[in-house]
Design a protein around this ligand. Structure first.
Ligand code: ZN
Ligand code: ZN
Ligand code: ZN
Length: 316
């Protein structure tokens, strides 16, 4: 059985949905970050010492590994992402454990009592383990003397239980967690892939980037824009303000944080930042200061939360 973390089929949940969701957009944005630096993106981190697979990115709505895999499959299927093999982990098919203890055994009797030994090849073709040679006077096969025409034929495995001599041992494995014991080839394979944007994915990101949409809108409303403004908070923490927009008549300054989808939680964390920022410490601030959070999609509860915290919520 092979478990793939991508390109898998029959996950239960349909992938037939044709429009991309805010979650899909967040996934594409994540890939875009490294894509711009010329690197593929991998969503999975393998944590040692237990080979545990975790999501390496904080993705929206507490997406599980399984849900992420489904969305990635869908995005690859929709030709917005392409993927390639990154690495593989072997898993216990019984409990999913990733700590497998490898063992080698005799191909004939499966005994683990095998020794790697230098092998002598007699002129008649008989193979004799080196340690056995000392105890022999004549070749056990042709009965001729051994010194005459023996030469070494490299290493082989010798079974101390049944005497079998073989080149490749049987690979067995045992699961540390549940004790499952079988041939290694019967372990589940978990394949981790890495992702890149396709041309189609890239153009979607560029046309749908909420920050770009917001800026176009503010510019056409006559605002002067500064992007990614760095400011040091009262706590000493550095904050990056997505957009600082000043009205043409210099009567107000809008400070924006921009998300694809705005949730109540985003407002709470924006509020925490806001309390850490002394507005006079932001360069070029004039007039009345208004704090905004903007997104293409806004969770219903977010408007009310915004009101509570004095943050204006704007749907782009
Ligand atoms: Zn011989
Ligand atoms: Zn054996
Ligand atoms: Zn197991």
């Amino acid at each position: 059985m092979q478990k793939q973390l991508t390109n898998s089929e029959g996950h239960g949940k349909k992938l037939s949905q044709s429009s991309i969701s805010p979650e899909d957009f967040a996934i594409l944005m994540r890939v875009a970050e490294t894509f711009r630096k010329g690197k593929p993106y991998t969503f999975f981190e393998v944590i040692q010492p237990f080979n545990e697979v975790r999501l390496s990115a904080d993705l929206p709505a507490n997406m599980s590994v399984q849900q992420l895999v489904e969305r990635l499959d869908f995005l690859v299927h929709s030709n917005l992402l392409r993927s390639r093999f990154s690495r593989k982990l072997l898993r216990c098919p019984k409990c999913g454990g990733a700590l497998l203890n490898p063992r080698t055994a005799c191909t004939s009797c499966r005994s683990e009592d095998i020794t790697k030994s230098l092998i002598l090849m007699h002129s008649c073709g008989a193979v004799i383990p080196e340690n056995v040679v000392k105890t022999l006077v004549v070749c056990p096969k042709c009965r001729d003397t051994l010194e005459k025409s023996s030469n070494t034929a490299g290493f082989r495995f010798v079974c101390n239980t049944c005497g079998n001599i073989f080149t490749e041992p049987l690979c067995l494995t045992e699961c540390f967690s549940c004790g499952w014991f079988d041939e290694l080839k019967n372990a589940d394979q978990m394949i981790l892939r890495e992702y890149e944007l396709t041309d189609q994915g890239l153009s979607l990101i560029e046309s749908a980037d909420p920050l770009k949409i917001l800026i176009r809108k503010l510019v056409s409303d006559g605002f002067e824009i500064r992007e990614k403004v760095e400011v040091t908070g009262l706590s000493g923490t550095k904050h990056l303000l997505d957009v600082v927009a000043t009205s043409s008549e210099k009567s107000e300054t809008r400070i924006y944080t921009v998300k694809y989808r705005v949730t109540s939680l985003d407002i709470v964390s924006w509020t925490v930042k806001r309390f850490d920022i002394e507005k006079t410490s932001i360069q070029g601030v004039v007039g009345r200061v208004r704090w905004f959070i903007a997104g293409v999609e806004v969770e219903n509860a977010a408007f009310k939360t915004g009101e509570t915290f004095g943050i204006e919520v704007e749907k782009i």
